[in-house]
Design a protein around this ligand. Structure first.
Ligand code: MG
Ligand code: ZN
Length: 220
C-alpha cells in the first residue's frame, strides 16, 4: 500500500469512529451520565484510582466501569470487588478502545440515570488520543515515577485532556519529579488543563478529585 492510501484508510477509520462516538454521546446524554475516559501509560494506577474512588463515592452516585486491557479479566474483577458493575474489553493486539467497543460494553452494563461511567482505556498515551469514545472528558493520569517531562513527549494526549491527575505523590521523596514543572510543561501544550496531585494509595488529594467529580454532573 502506498503512503497516500494508508493515510486515506486511517482517515476513514477515524471518521467512522467519530460518527459512532457522536451516537454514543447521544446515548449517554439520554441517561444523564458523566462519562470519563481515563488514559495513562501502563502501571500509572488507573484501576487503583477507580477502586479507591468507588469506595469513597459509596452509594452517593451510581457508577459503572468499562475496563480496557489487551488481556486478562483482572481489572474488571477488582472493580466488581469494589462494588460496582464492570465490563471487561480485551483488545488482543489492539492498543486502544474505540467507540464501537464502548457502545457494546455500555449496553451490557446496568447504567443508572445521573451516574458516572468510567472508561479505563488500554494503558497507552499515544493512539487513545485520536479515538473519541463519546466521553465528556479525557482524564490523563501520570505517576511521579514516569518523569515530569512526559507531557511534552505525549502532547496529543495532553491537548485532548481536560484534567491531568499526578498520581503516586507519596513516592515524591524517592524520585526526581517536580509536580509544578510537570504541570507547567502540560500547560505549555494545553493552557486550560486542570491539574490535581494525589495518591490513590494513601488517599492524599483524593478529596479534591471527588470534589472535581461533584462539580461535573454529567451530560445535560
Ligand atoms: Mg488497569
Ligand atoms: Zn491504538
Amino acid at each position: 500500500m502506498g503512503k497516500k492510501s494508508i493515510i486515506e484508510v486511517e482517515a476513514a477509520v477515524l471518521g467512522q469512529n467519530d460518527r459512532l462516538a457522536q451516537s454514543n454521546r447521544e446515548f449517554f446524554a439520554q441517561w444523564g451520565l458523566l462519562v470519563l475516559n481515563l488514559v495513562s501509560s501502563p502501571g500509572s494506577g488507573k484501576t487503583t484510582l477507580l477502586v479507591e474512588t468507588l469506595g469513597r463515592l459509596g452509594q452517593s452516585r451510581p457508577c459503572a466501569v468499562i475496563e480496557g486491557d489487551q488481556e486478562t479479566p483482572n481489572d474488571a474483577e477488582r472493580i466488581r470487588a469494589a462494588g460496582a458493575p464492570a465490563f471487561q474489553i480485551n483488545t488482543g493486539r489492539g492498543c486502544h478502545l474505540d467507540a464501537a467497543m464502548v457502545r457494546r460494553a455500555a449496553q451490557n452494563l446496568p447504567l443508572e440515570r445521573g451516574g458516572i461511567l468510567f472508561i479505563e482505556n488500554v494503558g497507552n498515551l499515544i493512539c487513545p488520543a485520536d479515538f473519541d469514545l463519546g466521553e465528556q472528558a479525557k482524564v490523563t493520569l501520570l505517576s511521579v515515577t514516569e518523569g515530569d517531562d512526559k507531557p511534552l513527549k505525549y502532547p496529543h494526549m495532553i491537548a485532548a485532556s481536560r484534567l491531568m491527575l499526578i498520581n503516586k505523590i507519596d513516592l515524591l521523596p524517592y524520585v526526581r519529579f517536580d509536580p509544578r514543572l510537570c504541570a507547567a510543561n502540560a500547560r505549555k501544550i494545553n493552557p486550560r488543563l486542570e491539574v490535581l496531585e494525589l495518591s490513590a494509595y494513601t488517599g492524599e488529594g483524593m478529596d479534591a478529585w471527588l470534589e472535581w467529580l461533584g462539580r461535573h454532573p454529567g451530560f445535560a
